[in-house]
Write a protein that binds this ligand. Structure first.
Ligand SMILES: Nc1nc2c(c(=O)[nH]1)N[C@H]1C(S)=C(S)[C@@H](COP(=O)(O)OP(=O)(O)OC[C@H]3O[C@@H](n4cnc5c(N)ncnc54)[C@H](O)[C@@H]3O)O[C@H]1N2
Ligand code: MOO
Length: 441
């Protein structure tokens, strides 16, 4: 695993880690949701049309329903006169004309059902808009301005395949066939824990003496916002100091309500690496290094929680629910990039959304960069787009490679990927970049 020798020796590659993470996860059990609550979620059912669209033959124009053979000779200088036997408005079934006899016309509004006998609609603009009788000055073709039953959707058609992300158009279609709810993969609840005795909540004043070595907790906001944007429901948990018992208590309190737990900090080589200290002994969580910069130290595992009712057939089986657990490094840029590379794909897997990873594009590097051998480096960058405003053309590195540079991170909108075997890229080189905002969000 990882690189055989050199600086990346013994480290898992980014790709290996992603595969290992995703292999442990499968989509959450489906849940029925009202349509609007299903926006951006993956359908967990094949939805088949219970009815045809249009449901019945109807008019595409405000005008007159006619039989074409009665008006074949209609023209500006030879208009045809027909008696008007009634009016058909959309949704006014009570006053409807049940049938259109030969030699007659019926007023008809857009969307109103075409009466049996009629085979075309003459729009108002070709007539004198008469109420009792109407002069028609143009001959419609058979079927003109008629919308036929089932021409859009046939009864039994597959409307939405399981796994499809439900957007406005899909939800509109489901509503149009009468569905008020749909079975979806729900939004995972993600508990986010920042560890570190140096951390203070934003909004708290820093006091001279007591807080001289304190910093504000940016990570839980960074990660919670990223989780929400990925479609999850984040819960930020209060700051946890560098004491394993305090961490374990916080974890036990939270596990029950979570489909995922994400921590930041406390996993490297320090003397107070609380997450590693608390969880490594249990063996449920893998801790190790990735051939990646930033984001080298990582932890991932499935934490057992509570006990599900014992299975009568296999009473000895381990029936505990297991919650995916990510221990991300504390450096803010490392935490964020780890989220992007592993947590976001994991959330998408739980939500049944594909592809799991963001798409990558190619761009021209404006300035040269360096990268350590044996590590896949993710530098921050700002993209420029072509004249069309959408095509990415260039990417400019922002700041350095330091994983504490949150100012530069906020100024960036892309990650520049420098492969493991590349140590230097010159200005003008074509590079792979990951776009952090926009459609894929
Ligand atoms: N001897 C070694 N030291 C370190 C190594 C190593 O391999 N050997 N790896 C370095 C790398 S790379 C990283 S990344 C960090 C990861 O360390 P931890 O995950 O244990 O994180 P902490 O030590 O708790 O914090 C690191 C850094 O980030 C700041 N931090 C932590 N949490 C937050 C937060 N919620 N908001 C803002 N900033 C936060 C913390 O104050 C530290 O400055 O380890 C290196 N060391
Ligand atoms: O991985 Mo650390 O994340 O390089 O700063």
């Amino acid at each position: 695993m990882g690189h055989a020798d050199g600086p990346g020796a013994g480290l898992r590659t980014v790709d290996e880690h992603l595969v290992a993470v995703l292999a442990e996860l499968s989509p959450l059990p489906p849940l029925r949701q009202p349509l609007l609550d299903a926006l951006d979620l993956a359908s967990a059912e094949d939805v088949v049309a219970p009815l045809a669209l249009p449901r019945f033959d109807n008019s595409a124009m405000d005008g007159y329903a006619v039989q074409t053979r009665d008006v074949v000779s209609a023209a500006d200088d030879t208009p045809v006169k027909l008696p008007v036997i009634g009016e058909i408005g959309a949704g006014q079934a009570s006053g409807a004309v049940r049938e259109l006899p030969a030699g007659t016309a019926a007023k008809i509004m857009t969307g109103a059902p075409l009466p049996p006998g009629a085979d075309a609609v003459v729009p108002y603009e070709w007539t004198d808009r008469g109420a009792r009788e109407v002069w028609i000055a143009r001959a419609p073709e058979h079927g003109a301005h008629v919308r036929y039953a089932g021409e859009d959707v046939g009864e039994g058609d597959l409307l939405v395949e399981a796994g499809t992300a439900l957007g406005p158009r899909q939800l509109g279609l489901l509503a149009s066939v009468g569905r008020a709810s749909v079975l979806v993969r729900p939004r995972p609840r993600v508990v986010i824990v920042s560890t570190g005795s140096e951390l203070r909540a934003p909004g708290t004043p820093l006091e001279a003496g007591r807080d001289d070595d304190a910093i504000y907790d940016g990570n839980s906001y960074l990660l919670a916002a990223a989780a929400r944007r990925a479609g999850a429901v984040p819960y930020r948990v209060g700051l946890v100091p560098d004491r394993p018992e305090a961490f374990l208590t916080a974890l036990e309190d939270q596990l029950g309500r979570a489909e995922m737990v994400v921590t930041s900090g406390g996993i490297s080589m320090g003397d107070y690496d609380v997450v590693k200290e608390a969880l490594a002994p249990g063996g449920d969580v893998w801790f190790g290094g990735l051939a990646m910069q930033p984001g080298k130290p990582q932890g991932f595992g499935l934490l057992p929680v509570g006990r599900l009712p014992a299975d009568a057939d296999t009473p000895d089986a381990d029936t505990r629910r297991r919650v995916p657990f990510f221990a991300l490094p504390g450096n803010p840029v490392s935490s964020y990039i780890s989220f992007e590379m592993f947590v976001r794909p994991a959330l998408r897997r739980l939500m049944g959304l594909s592809p799991e990873s963001r798409p990558v594009v190619r761009a021209r590097l404006t300035h040269g960069v360096r990268s350590p051998h044996g590590r896949r480096q993710f530098l921050r960058g700002v993209v420029s787009r072509g004249r069309d405003g959408t095509t990415v053309t260039e990417v400019e590195p922002v700041g350095g490679s330091g994983s504490h540079l949150v100012g530069d991170l906020a100024a960036s909108d892309a990650l520049i990927v420098v492969p493991e075997d590349v140590t230097e890229l010159e200005a003008g080189a074509q590079v792979t970049i990951v776009l952090l905002d926009g459609d894929g969000r």
